[in-house]
Design a protein around this ligand. Structure first.
Ligand SMILES: [Zn+2]
Length: 324
C-alpha cells in the first residue's frame, strides 16, 4: 500500500491565479476585501494590509508573530499593524498544500465567510495550484514535545504520517465530550474537517461583545449553542462538528510553523493560546527535530513500508543491487 499524503508534494506550490473574497470579520464585524495572490518560492504565507501606511502593512504568517490568542489567532508586525482570525484561511491553504501566497486585505480581520474553511478550499481548488521550481521542506520530529496549562494539554508526537487528535469537553450538553482523529492523507482535510464551522455559546454573547469580540457573529457564520440546543435551524454539518472545528483551528495554528511538520498532534481541550505555546516550545527544543526535504521524507516512509510489507523482496532487491 502506498501512502498518499496531501502534504507530500516534493516541490513547493502556489496558486494558479489570484482569488478574491469579500466579507465581514467574526470579531470586529468589519467588512474587508481580500485577494489571495500567487507568491515566489520560499516566501511562505504573508499578509499585506492595504489600508496601513505605506511600508507598514506587511505581516508574516509565522508562529513568532502571533500577538493575541483570545478567541482567535491574531498576527502583528513591529509597527503594531495586526490581522485577526487567520486560522481558517491558514488551515485551508495548508490543507490544500499551498506553500506560498500573499494575502492583500483592506481591513483588520479575515472575512469569516460561513465560519469554516470550506469557502476558501472551494476557491483554492477552483483556482488550482502550480508546482514551483523549489523543493518543499518539512520538519521531522524525533522526540515528543508537550505543554500543559491546568486541564489543557497539547503535544506533538513523532510520526511518519501527520495526524491531529483532539478531545473536547464542554458543559453545554449539545457539545459535551467529543473526540476525533484525522490523518492528513487522502483528501481527509477537505472531506472530514474543512466544512466544520466555528461555534459560540448563547450565555457568552453579551460578555464577548462587551470585550469587542463576536460583533460580526451570526447564524450565517457560526453554530450557536444554548445548553442542550443548537439554535441554527439547519442543524449540524457533522454530528461531531465541534471537535472537527477544533481540529480545523489546530491545523491553522500549526500552519504558522511555516512548513509542514511530520508529527502527530494531540490536544486535550486545546485552543489558540496553548497551540502557540506548543510552537514556542518546539522551536526552543531545537534538538528534538530536523529539517528534511519531502523527497527525503518519501524515501524514509517508502523504505519503512517496504520493510514492513514486502521485507523479503526488498532485501532480495538490495542484495541484487549490491551484487551488480
Ligand atoms: Zn475557528
Amino acid at each position: 500500500m502506498t501512502i498518499k499524503n496531501d502534504l507530500a508534494s516534493i516541490t513547493q506550490k502556489t496558486l494558479s491565479q489570484p482569488i478574491t473574497y469579500v466579507g465581514i470579520g467574526l470579531h470586529t464585524g468589519c467588512k474587508a476585501a481580500m485577494v489571495v495572490r500567487p507568491a515566489e518560492p520560499d516566501s511562505g504565507i504573508n499578509f499585506l494590509r492595504k489600508d496601513a501606511p505605506p511600508g507598514k502593512g506587511f505581516i508574516a504568517a509565522r508562529w513568532y508573530d502571533v500577538v493575541e490568542t483570545h478567541m482567535s489567532t491574531v498576527l502583528g508586525n513591529q509597527y503594531g499593524v495586526t490581522i485577526s482570525t487567520v486560522e481558517h484561511l491558514m488551515a485551508a491553504l495548508h490543507g490544500c498544500g499551498v506553500d506560498n501566497a500573499l494575502i492583500e486585505i483592506d481591513g483588520p480581520e479575515i472575512p469569516i465567510m460561513d465560519g469554516s474553511s470550506h469557502p476558501f478550499v472551494t476557491m483554492i481548488e477552483k483556482s488550482g495550484t502550480v508546482n514551483q521550481p523549489a523543493l518543499r521542506k518539512a520538519i521531522w520530529l524525533q522526540r515528543r514535545i508537550s505543554v500543559k496549562d491546568n486541564d489543557k494539554e497539547a503535544a506533538l508526537i513523532p510520526s511518519s504520517i501527520p495526524s491531529i487528535t483532539v478531545d473536547i469537553d464542554f458543559p453545554d450538553s449539545a457539545v459535551g465530550k467529543q473526540t476525533y482523529t484525522v490523518q492528513l492523507v487522502n483528501e481527509a482535510f477537505r472531506a472530514d474537517i474543512s466544512r466544520a464551522r466555528t461555534f459560540g455559546f448563547a450565555k457568552d454573547i453579551e460578555r464577548l461583545q462587551k470585550l469587542g469580540l463576536a460583533r460580526g457573529g451570526s447564524l450565517h457564520n457560526a453554530i450557536l449553542v444554548d445548553g442542550d440546543r443548537i439554535v441554527n435551524a439547519e442543524g449540524l454539518r457533522y454530528k461531531d462538528e465541534f471537535v472537527r472545528h477544533k481540529i480545523l483551528d489546530t491545523l491553522g495554528d500549526l500552519a504558522l510553523i511555516g512548513i509542514p511538520i511530520y508529527a502527530s498532534y494531540y490536544g486535550k481541550k486545546p485552543g489558540h493560546t496553548i497551540n502557540n505555546a506548543l510552537l514556542h516550545k518546539l522551536f526552543e527544543e531545537r534538538d528534538a527535530w530536523s529539517y528534511i526535504t519531502i523527497d527525503e521524507y518519501n524515501t524514509l516512509v517508502g523504505r519503512r513500508n517496504e520493510w514492513e510489507q514486502d521485507g523479503e523482496e526488498y532485501s532480495q532487491q538490495t542484495q541484487n543491487a549490491g551484487n551488480a
